[in-house]
Design a protein around this ligand. Structure first.
Ligand SMILES: [Zn+2]
Length: 179
C-alpha cells in the first residue's frame, strides 16, 4: 500500500497547518518564507494541488521538495488494470515536458548570469576610484554596465519573457565580445 500523494508532500514540508478538509498551509520550500505562503489541496481523486502565494512556480516547489509532477497524482486504480487514461497520460507528459523546459531555461540563465557577472565585476573594479580620463576611456563600459546589470536582473527574475529577452541579448553580446 503506497502513501497518498498528499502524505508524501506534507511529510517534506515545514510549518504544516491543516486549515480545512483536504486543505493545508505550509512554509514554501522554494523561497525564504516566514509566513506560510504555500497552499496545499487534495482533490477528491487524490491529486495534490500546490500554490505558492508569493509566486514561486510549482516546478520550483517540486524541485525544492525533491519530487516530480508524477508524485502529485495518485497511482491509477487497480480496476483499470493499472493504466492511466489517455488524458492522464497526456497531462503527465505535458507537465514533464514543461518542467524539463523550465529546468533548461533556469540552467541557461544561471550560466549566462555567471559569465556576465565576470564583465560587470571587471568594469566595477576598473572604475573604482577612476579619474575623469579613465572614465572617458571606459565610456563604452560605463554605458554597458547599466545594461548588463539590467540583463542580470532579468536572468534572475521569474518572468519567462524577461528571461528569454536577457538570454537572447546576453548571448548575442557575449558572442560579439569574443569575435
Ligand atoms: Zn514560494
Amino acid at each position: 500500500m503506497t502513501a497518498r500523494p498528499v502524505e508524501t508532500v506534507l511529510s517534506r514540508l515545514r510549518g504544516v497547518r491543516e486549515v480545512g478538509p483536504g486543505r493545508w498551509t505550509a512554509l514554501c520550500p522554494a523561497h525564504e518564507d516566514r509566513s506560510p505562503s504555500l497552499s496545499i489541496r487534495e482533490t477528491s481523486n487524490g491529486t495534490v494541488l500546490l500554490k505558492c502565494h508569493a509566486g514561486c512556480p510549482t516546478a520550483a516547489v517540486l524541485t525544492a521538495l525533491g519530487l516530480s509532477w508524477r508524485d502529485l497524482f495518485s497511482a491509477p486504480l487497480p480496476g483499470r488494470g493499472g493504466r492511466l487514461t489517455r488524458a492522464e497520460r497526456e497531462a503527465a507528459r505535458r507537465a514533464e515536458v514543461e518542467a524539463e523546459l523550465r529546468r533548461r531555461i533556469e540552467t541557461a540563465c544561471d550560466e549566462l548570469h555567471r559569465r556576465l557577472c565576470v564583465y560587470v565585476r571587471a568594469v566595477n573594479f576598473a572604475l573604482l576610484d577612476a579619474d575623469f580620463e579613465t572614465y572617458e576611456k571606459l565610456a563604452y563600459w560605463v554605458h554597458r554596465r547599466e545594461w548588463l546589470e539590467h540583463l542580470l536582473d532579468s536572468l534572475e527574475s521569474r518572468d519567462a519573457e524577461a528571461q528569454f529577452w536577457a538570454l537572447r541579448e546576453g548571448t548575442r553580446w557575449i558572442a560579439s565580445q569574443n569575435s
